[in-house]
Design a protein around this ligand. Structure first.
Ligand code: 3PG
Length: 197
């Protein structure tokens, strides 16, 4: 493992809740970054689903430098490059394509590529990805599915995301093959607050 991988795995062991954030309100980001850090969040995922995502990620990191801030919803080489140029400390992909995987091969920051089937998880593991995103977790059978994968695929560890509620999070986190869960519920855009449970 690289130092960056060790750092993010340690950070997720400290706090396995990863806010998945599609944000546009740049004025809020400095306060949000501090609120996330104060709530104990160690790893934060901004997603490339708003035109402001790159700026959000930069401002978040500048506002709480001890947070590990990365980019999610990376679907193309261009997404990957602009995220890296802006300082993404990790990348998350919802799924993969041969083209995206070949671009990701040269990336030095940790990458969590998305897997939705055992074949995809095995293929990604063969490419060196011990840590993957399991997406969309609830729609794919959630805890039951991950438990079943744990037998034949004991070497792959997942960050599970997609439809996970605060009530369901502990069941995922109790699985030996889950290092973290990602959820959009952690940041409540309406009340501008951070919610862990
Ligand atoms: C996503 O890509 O949107 C994440 O998986 C978060 O999903 P959620 O909104 O269901 O928490």
């Amino acid at each position: 493992m690289t130092d960056a991988q060790t750092q993010i795995i340690d950070a997720l062991a400290k706090c396995p809740l990863v806010p998945v954030m599609a944000l546009s309100d740049l004025d809020w980001i400095p306060q949000l970054a501090v609120d996330l850090r104060d709530a104990g969040i160690t790893v934060a995922e901004v997603v490339l689903r708003t035109p402001e995502a790159i700026d959000v990620m930069k401002i978040m990191k500048a506002s709480a430098p001890d947070l590990i801030v990365g980019m999610g919803t990376v679907r193309t080489e261009e997404d990957m490059q602009k995220s890296l140029d802006a300082g993404a400390e990790f990348l998350v992909t919802p799924a993969t394509s041969p083209k995206l995987l070949s671009a990701l091969m040269d990336v030095s920051v940790p990458v969590f590529p998305g897997a939705a089937t055992p074949s995809e998880a095995m293929h990604l593991y063969d490419l060196g990805y011990d840590y993957q995103k399991f997406f969309p977790a609830e729609a794919l059978g959630g805890v039951k599915t991950l438990k079943a994968w744990g037998g034949p695929l004991p070497n792959v560890t997942f960050m599970a995301t997609g439809g996970i509620s605060p009530e369901k999070a502990p069941d995922y986190l109790a699985l030996p093959n889950v290092i973290a869960i990602g959820g959009s519920y952690i940041v409540d855009k309406k009340t501008k607050s951070v919610k862990l449970t």
